[in-house]
Design a protein. Structure first.
Length: 210
């Protein structure tokens, strides 16, 4: 459904134990015929397990949402088979700067979401920071993926401010927890694509995920 509505990416949570987790053994059937780029969403997996699950999905992107050490990113980067995104929950611009520095040369993109105690992704917390200093930190090769609390109502303003490369959404397009609402997905994508990003910033993609 999200593919037919025009999402650029479809994220699949392959680590067990979460409300939206999918059994890696079923992902081949799940994404059969899907044109959107597939994203393997993983939390604190070993490099071997992450590689195995990403290969099962035939993933074009691996999105790491845990506290993976640099060694895991280094091991996953070696095959050159996919793009790596590292998710971080931040409270300050300095937190963003630290993440950009820590994962420079390891992650192709940094996914930013607001900070919430005891939550590993999926917290729905918006990034409450001034946009210009955040954008300046991504003037190099690293991509900015923005997540957390995005909805069809606010995604346009957020893209206009931050100019992310990708806008990541999950609960913001659900009318019932865990079930994507076709009307909300359609509204989100239309709202995101209607925005002209800041001058010099690449247009955002739109991920309907997890």
């Amino acid at each position: 459904m999200v593919d037919e509505l025009g999402a650029d990416f479809v994220g699949v949570l392959l680590t067990p134990g979460f409300s939206r987790s999918i059994d890696p053994r079923s992902v081949g059937r799940l994404l059969e015929g899907v044109r959107a780029r597939s994203v393997a969403v993983l939390v604190d997996e070993s490099a071997d397990d992450a590689r195995r699950k990403a290969e099962a999905l035939d993933a074009e992107v691996i999105q790491l949402h845990g506290r993976e050490p640099p060694e895991v990113l280094e091991a996953l980067a070696r095959p050159g088979m996919w793009t790596l995104w590292k998710a971080v929950r931040v409270r300050t611009v300095q937190d963003v700067a630290n993440a950009v520095d820590e994962y420079r040369g390891l992650a192709d993109g940094i996914l930013l979401e607001g900070w919430k105690a005891g939550v590993v992704g999926g917290g729905g917390v918006r990034l409450e920071l001034d946009a210009p200093p955040v954008r300046e930190l991504f003037e190099g090769d690293q991509h900015l993926i923005l997540a957390g609390g995005l909805t069809p109502v606010n995604v346009g303003a957020v893209i206009e401010s931050f100019g992310p490369d990708v806008a990541d959404v999950s609960s913001g397009v659900e009318s019932v927890a865990g079930e994507k609402d076709p009307a909300l997905v359609r509204q989100f994508i239309l709202a995101a694509r209607a925005v002209r990003p800041p001058i010099g910033v690449r247009p955002a993609g739109h991920e309907a995920s997890r």
